[in-house]
Ligand binder design. Sequence first.
Ligand code: SF4
Length: 191
Amino acid sequence: MFEDRRSKKIIFLAHCIFNQNAVSDGTASHEGTMTELVELINLSGIGVVQMPCPELHCIGLTRGDINGRKRSVTEENSRIRNIMEKETSLVKIKHLIQPVICKIMEYHENGFEIKGIVGINRSPSCGVETTSHDSKEVEGQGVFVTELQNELEKRGLHIPFVGIKGFEPENARATIRSLIGFDRKPDHNSA
Ligand code: SF4
């Protein structure tokens, strides 16, 4: 089954890797997509699933305060974290992760290789190695990543999670290279 051109390899990416318009005010690192990463993954032949942006769904583009960008990033992130940890947000997050889990289960059960899940470090929602708390960047996960990982573990799925930062493109590329086991520079001379 599925013996056609598809690679049967999938990666799940944080929403804002493809859409910087979703990030909180003042924190976009790119105009649109994180081009370095998207280019690398495109060349690898791995299929991509873009996960939903939990903050956009739960508290909107302004994150509930049009003056958010006047605070430092970690201060604003910590304010956002406090909202994302409220019961009303957690209910929405649990709802949001269901389609993600459904897709992961479906690919897994049909023998596809899930390369990993890529979050955004320092984010109060999508941080993997670091998040924001008490106006500081600290070790730990964001609210969405914690919920997603817990739900996957409950189902016996141990998928690698890694975090990147858009403002550190070389580190981000190295992290993705290592996760997917692929590195090829784009051949701009090819016809
Ligand atoms: S890090 Fe997560 S919550 Fe923040 S913009 Fe990206 S997808 Fe949305």
